[in-house]
Design a protein around this ligand. Structure first.
Ligand SMILES: Nc1ncnc2c1ncn2[C@@H]1O[C@H](COP(=O)(O)OP(=O)(O)OP(=O)(O)O)[C@@H](O)[C@H]1O
Length: 215
């Protein structure tokens, strides 16, 4: 199977007027960075990929995940993980319950707990399952949010300004962890950012979106 995410002749229109166009394939472990001015349509493009495009827009073209066309699938049938800048953990649930939230159903209680414990080890948070999220540092919360997304078994990752609220050191740490994990799990990554350092760290192709027309 060819592990990849393809945006084939994708065009987002508002009121019948094309806003942005993208035509690109992201291979497993690769990062495609999308930059461009505020309001150009970067987040809207991500919502088209996750199947949550607001009704004010129309998306045309195809989205292929591992060569299969998912353009018409409902959001829950698209195995795509997304991380936002404000990926808040559910405050009324333990860290372990937050992680369980993203996991597909199935397996015994013991098996599910083993997956949570292994996930926590992967992000250097061994033993944190019973902790209250309020007692975690910003970096620890970011790592739990990353693992919650990964435990849903995504086959591609979308990052929407995912590192922008983290301070410099933490930003480098969490960003490196995300890219390393994507390479290890052979996940294509599409990253939206305003930050040139994020783009350089990704090391992949950078697309600068420009407004096709004022809608
Ligand atoms: N739900 C919506 N309904 C109508 N218009 C919207 C909606 N969401 C966003 N827009 C508009 O669509 C355009 C694209 O918005 P989008 O959030 O995709 O831009 P962006 O490139 O991600 O911007 P930023 O870099 O500031 O996050 C903007 O003009 C925005 O005002």
């Amino acid at each position: 199977m060819n592990k990849s995410l393809t945006l084939q002749d994708v065009c987002i229109l508002k009121d019948g007027v094309p806003l942005i166009e993208v035509n690109h394939t992201i291979q497993a472990g690769e990062v495609l960075t999308i930059m461009g001015p505020s309001g150009v349509g970067k987040s809207t493009l991500l919502s088209f990929i996750t199947g949550t495009l607001p009704s004010a827009f129309l998306g045309t073209g195809q989205i292929l995940l591992d060569s299969a066309d998912i353009t018409q699938k409902p959001p829950h049938a698209r195995p795509i993980g997304i991380l936002f800048q404000d990926d808040l953990l559910f405050p009324h649930m333990s860290v372990g319950a937050n992680l369980a939230f993203g996991m597909p159903p199935g397996g015994s209680k013991t098996e599910r707990r083993a997956k949570i414990d292994a996930g926590l080890r992967d992000v250097d948070l061994e033993g944190f399952a019973d902790r209250d999220p309020a007692t975690l540092s910003g970096g620890q919360k970011a790592r739990v949010a990353l693992m919650r997304m990964l435990l849903s078994n995504p086959r591609a990752l979308l990052l929407d300004e995912a590192f922008s609220r983290l301070d410099a050191d933490l930003r480098t740490q969490v960003r490196d962890l995300v890219f390393k994990t994507a390479r290890e799990r052979e996940l294509p990554v599409l990253m939206v950012t305003h930050d040139a350092e994020d783009a350089n760290a990704a090391g992949g192709k950078i697309i600068e979106l420009r407004t096709l027309s004022k809608a």
